[in-house]
Every structure is written in C-alpha cells, then in structure tokens.
Unconditional design. Sequence first.
Length: 101
Amino acid sequence: MLRTIAILTVISVIGVGFLTFGAAPPVAAAAQDDVKQVYLNKCAVCHGEDGAGKTAKGKKLKMKDVRAPEVQKMTPEQWTNVILKGSGQDMDGLRKTLARR
C-alpha cells in the first residue's frame, strides 16, 4: 500500500494532473483525492499547486520546476526515493505520512 500511494504521489507531482484519466472507480477516486490532499498539504507550499516552485518558499529555496526536462528525466524509483526520504535539508521525507494512509 505504501508503495502504491508513493507512486500515485509521484505521478501527481510530475504533472499528470492528479490522475484524471476519465471516470475512475470509487476506490481509485478516493485514492486520487487522498493523494491530491497530501500534495496540497505537504508539497504545494514549496512546489505550488502546478509544480512550478513559484511560491514564496519555493523562490526562497530556488526550487526547480518539477515539469522541467532535467527533473522529468528522473526515474519513478528516483521520484519515489525523494518523496519517501526527502531531499537535502529543506525537504522532509513523507514515509511516515504515506504509511498512515
């Protein structure tokens, strides 16, 4: 379950639009809402709702746009690792947050 949620979070962060591929089954829709809420609560403060990193905190930290080609080259495993473990001193990992879901 943790890996599934982490992968869903990765997909939402890299700009797939919170998995809106048409009508989703109720369980999938609930998972999408959950992932979106985690992103908005934990990630958007720096990365912004669109991933551009143009928030006040994102600008202060010189946040890269997650949609940029050099960021998009990361593998799903690299994305999962960053999300679960964090990055540098400014990004906490979400392992415990995602484990509770």
